[in-house]
Design a protein around this ligand. Structure first.
Ligand code: SF4
Length: 404
């Protein structure tokens, strides 16, 4: 057995790899949510759990990378009964092996954080919990159709800490209909008062086929004014940075040393595998997506031992564009060294036709190690990225939609 381990260790590619596990159940469906998740009701969850455990085994058995971060999301993974949640978390630990993880995150809902489940997370090696606080105002939470109330948030944070989980992220949303600069400022302040080591702030988006979008179409809600939303975003940066959080990505703020290692894998275009219905993965330029349906997923896993319904082989130009898109979201920007190692060309050379112009306009800065958006460039990020995209070359990918 020892020699097998040594052989595998020698062949493992020395770079971080993320593992995402999607548990698609929530106690109720929020009106703005377009993640693949279904209301739990009286649904039986065990078949899904068994299929997830099976996929975990299969995908990690031949993986040529060491998994360094885990994120169990959804959905609300903690809606699973304790024995099934344990099954999933133990299967993850087994798949990861003896390697010490940089980060092991599970998502939770402030309405349903119980001490016993928090203890279970801790026992199973979870180091970080991410909670959707979203707002500290009942009427704003009601607009989002969230299950929790503002009064649930602080006790949930306290419960997690009592169980020994000290790394906590709170998600907040700005641009909610009816939200004002004053209520947003207070939500930010109340989040800071709880002292999480990570805060993520996203502008509300109206995704197709959500109840919130239907309400807007029926004029039952009035969207936040765009200028007001931009002011909220700029205020967010001021308030969180003054409170000791570094903005390391457009929407993400962390105490020094507490940036999300798992999300950094996505933004730095490093390999990740996805497990569960609707989950996606990308390893060695091969990107796949699983079917977005609980029953369909279970059936495919039972019949075919995989649940992929889309597979795409990314060509060099598409990978380059993705690197630009993702890495410019990071405040650090595009790593010149990592780009050079991956594409065998210096990005300053690759983007030579557009870079000097963008630098002269003050949209892009180039340092010895990084190409990054300036604060001015961040305000027109889409236009800057479009310019850089042209310099990546033609965007052909081979997309293969698998037949079930
Ligand atoms: S709790 Fe999260 S995943 Fe579940 S419906 Fe609400 S936003 Fe979506």
């Amino acid at each position: 057995m020892e020699s097998c381990k040594t052989e595998k260790a020698n062949s493992i590619v020395d770079q971080p790899c993320g593992l995402y596990v999607h548990i698609p159940f929530c106690d109720s469906k929020c009106g703005y949510c377009d993640f693949y998740s279904v209301a739990l009701k009286d649904r039986e969850t065990k078949p899904l759990v068994e299929a997830v455990v099976e996929e975990l085994k299969q995908r990690t058995a031949s993986l040529e990378y060491n998994i360094s971060t885990v994120f169990v999301g959804g959905g609300t993974p903690t809606t699973l009964p304790s024995d099934e949640l344990r099954l999933v978390l133990e299967a993850i630990s087994k798949s990861v092996g003896q390697v010490e993880l940089d980060e092991f995150t599970v998502e939770a809902n402030p309405a349903t954080v119980e001490y016993e489940k928090a203890q279970l997370l801790k026992q199973c090696g979870v180091s970080r919990v991410s909670m959707g606080a979203q707002s500290f105002f009942p009427e704003e939470l009601a607009t989002l159709e969230r299950l929790h109330t503002p009064d649930d948030i602080a006790p949930s944070v306290a419960t997690l800490r009592r169980a020994g989980i000290s790394q906590i992220n709170l998600d907040l949303i700005f641009g909610i209909p009816g939200q004002t600069i004053e209520t947003w400022t207070q939500s930010l302040q109340r989040a800071i008062d709880l002292s999480p080591n990570h805060i993520a702030c996203y502008g509300l988006t109206y995704e197709p086929n959500t109840r919130l979008t239907a309400m807007r179409a029926a004029s039952r809600i009035t969207p936040c004014d765009e200028g007001l939303e931009a002011d909220m975003f700029l205020l967010t940066i001021d308030i969180l940075c003054a409170a000791g959080y570094d903005q390391y990505e457009t929407s993400n703020f962390a105490r020094p040393g507490c940036a999300s290692q798992h999300n950094l894998i996505y933004w730095r275009n490093q390999p990740y595998i996805g497990i569960g219905p609707s989950a996606a993965g990308c390893v060695d330029n091969r990107r796949y997506k699983n079917v977005s349906d609980v029953n369909g997923y279970v059936k495919l896993m039972q019949q075919q031992h995989h649940a992929e319904v889309e597979v795409e082989t990314l060509r060099r130009e598409a990978l380059m564009l993705e690197s630009v898109l993702m890495q410019l979201r990071l405040i650090e920007g595009i790593s010149i060294d990592a780009f050079l190692r991956r594409f065998n060309i210096d990005p300053r050379e690759q983007f030579a036709t557009v870079l000097p112009h963008l630098v002269t306009l003050g949209k892009i800065a180039v340092t010895d190690a990084y190409i990054l958006l300036t604060p001015q460039g961040r305000l027109v990020a889409d236009a800057v990225i479009r310019e850089l995209a042209y310099a990546c070359g033609p965007m052909n990918t081979s997309l293969n939609v698998l037949e079930n």
